[in-house]
Ligand binder design. Sequence first.
Ligand SMILES: C[S@@+](CC[C@H](N)C(=O)[O-])C[C@H]1O[C@@H](n2cnc3c(N)ncnc32)[C@H](O)[C@@H]1O
Length: 232
Amino acid sequence: MTGQNGIRLARKKRIEASTALDGDADRLVQYYRAWAGCYELDVEREHYRSPLVVAELAGAVQAAYMDKERAAIAILDAGCGTGLLGIELDQLGFRLIDGFDLSETMADMARQTGIYRNVQGDIDLNRPLSDYSSASYDMTVCCGVFMLGHVSPHGLRELARATRRNGFVVVSTERIYAEATSFETEVLRLQEEGVLTPVQYLSNGRYIGEDEAHYWAFQVHRAPGGNGNNLG
Ligand SMILES: C[S@@+](CC[C@H](N)C(=O)[O-])C[C@H]1O[C@@H](n2cnc3c(N)ncnc32)[C@H](O)[C@@H]1O
């Protein structure tokens, strides 16, 4: 094996290993603490497309449906990681961007971009987002987090909760995650409850390397109910 192939294989293994953490908060925190230093290099080398696609979709939603100009739209970036999505959103003219992540190490790197208004670490999307008031954002976005080993589909309910009435939720779901979990059932359930409706869907889009993702935009109509425990 050449040196380059070895490096590529190690990079792919780090990316794949992140999907085998069973949604266990402690393991995820540990994993991302160790990976944070080379995360951006790893995903950029594998042509990570999701932040660009999610940001462009958020931009299209704003242009198509929202009266406010981009600079005045309050956005919450859930699982913001090192801030790659924030950087794309900033380039499109969004300015009021908050973020949170389970990993304090990743959150700290997002802070260092200087793009976010506020970034909180140690926030678990598999639990109620009690640090965020209901209906406080015009838009919530989430990129590369609805993936195997990370966040359960119930996280979508929490994103809807943090989003104001008539606001929007824009997310990516790794294709194999969508196949393996009940994400679409969660979407149907939220639709039946009158919480949200899909307004845009890009299926089998580019994600990272050879992997694909689906991209969703939902409009939120009312606050969801819930049992207060996403893991249940
Ligand atoms: C693949 S990275 C994506 C980061 C960023 N959104 C991006 O696109 O570069 C996944 C991120 O989700 C975070 N994460 C994993 N599980 C989480 C959870 N339960 N709640 C909040 N964040 C979580 C990880 O710490 C990591 O920063």
